[in-house]
Design a protein around this ligand. Structure first.
Ligand code: BEZ
Ligand code: MG
Length: 354
């Protein structure tokens, strides 16, 4: 589970409660009603096994919610230490196995809350995607692990635990994050693929196969869980391919074009980290923004730099095998890209002006 600070602040700790509930734990309050730590829900009351949850918390979560960081660490520790059958307590099962194989104590083997080192934020996967300066998806996983493999235990102090993190991820069955708000989608900002995408790619590398990635959406009353593929498709249809949406953005001038380009780059970020973006997404983005001459010219006039970048990003997505355009589409996209580059370099501008 990826946990952010803002979604927990807005939802009174709802995502924290999801993690606690999966582990079969809950918050413990002292006699004055103050939050004092975690406690186990007895197995008889729980009626199902305790689920092993690895939590990657953002740097912002760590800074804003230090007590909750310790609370989650305590919950995992209590579960690992509970004298319960292995088939009813997967945290204990996995922690005991790790402790035995690596000759470490249970305090270490039960660490489940990971974040950045003190003072650091993000996984840098977003910066790699932005620069395009990477060749193999495994590089994204390695970058993620370097940044996010600091475990926060019951004392709330980070300790580098790369091997433990990889060992947990090698056994992970799915990755999950809640949507933070209705305005900001998983393709709006680069932080979602930086965190949830980064962890998904790291699981795939450690496990040798991709796992399902889910987004929990409680922004509109009813709770809905979508696969990442569904979420990206939904956002692409309702925002990127919706003339009402992009027209309104373009009314903001150069910044609107930049935001459209950002969505496409973030979409590529999801392909790179999860491989779970449908090919039609790139095809329709190409048709809408690059093959419609009128829209392309309008965007190029507002922001030639972002327009050329958009064309190159769609070509990059093809070169990295995230979609396969037919020959005609590819040729048209290449031509559009060259024309935009020329505009950017000022070639042919005078002829156009004349
Ligand atoms: C957070 O609240 O934890 C967060 C917000 C935006 C981007 C990344 C993290
Ligand atoms: Mg950025």
């Amino acid at each position: 589970m990826v946990l952010w600070g803002t979604d927990n602040l807005k939802r009174e700790g709802g995502p924290i409660a999801q993690a606690l509930a999966l582990m079969g734990t809950r918050a413990r309050f002292d006699s004055f009603g103050r939050l004092a730590g975690a406690e186990l829900i007895p197995l008889e009351e729980l009626g199902r096994p305790r689920i092993d949850v690895m939590m990657t918390v953002s740097g912002i979560f760590r800074d804003l919610l230090p007590l909750q960081t310790k609370l989650l660490a305590e919950a995992a520790y209590l579960a690992a230490m509970a004298d319960e059958p292995a088939d009813r307590n997967f945290i204990r099962l996995h922690a005991q196995a790790y402790a035995a194989q690596n000759d470490v104590d249970m305090e270490t083997a039960a660490l489940r809350v990971f974040s950045n080192a003190d003072g650091a934020y993000g996984s840098n996967v977003n910066n790699l995607i932005e620069s395009g300066a990477w060749t193999d998806e495994q590089e994204l996983a390695e970058t993620f692990v370097k940044r996010k493999s600091f475990a926060y235990g019951r004392e709330g102090k980070p300790v580098a635990q790369e091997a433990l993190m990889k060992s947990i991820l090698a056994e992970t069955d799915l990755a999950y994050q809640n949507l933070d708000s209705v305005e900001v989608g998983v393709t709006t900002v680069d932080h979602y693929f930086d965190t949830l995408g980064g962890i998904s790619r790291t699981v795939a590398g450690a496990k040798g196969e991709a796992v399902p990635v889910y987004i929990g959406d409680q922004t509109s009353g009813d709770a809905k869980v979508r696969t990442l593929e569904e979420q990206v498709s939904l956002e692409t249809r309702t925002r990127m391919l919706n003339p009402k949406w992009y027209d309104a953005l373009l009314e903001h001038g150069y910044e609107g074009v930049r935001q459209i380009e950002t969505h496409v780059t973030n979409t590529l970020g999801w392909s790179a980290t999860t491989g779970q973006v449908d090919g039609w997404v790139y095809k329709q983005l190409t048709e809408t923004f690059m093959l419609d001459e009128e829209l392309r010219d309008r965007m190029a006039a507002l922001n030639p730099t972002a327009s050329a970048k958009l064309a190159n990003r769609l070509l990059e997505a093809h070169e990295r095998n995230y979609w396969t355009p037919d020959e005609e589409t590819l040729e048209a996209l290449r031509r559009a890209g060259e024309e935009l580059e020329d505009k950017l370099e000022g070639i042919g501008v005078e002829e156009v002006a004349a």
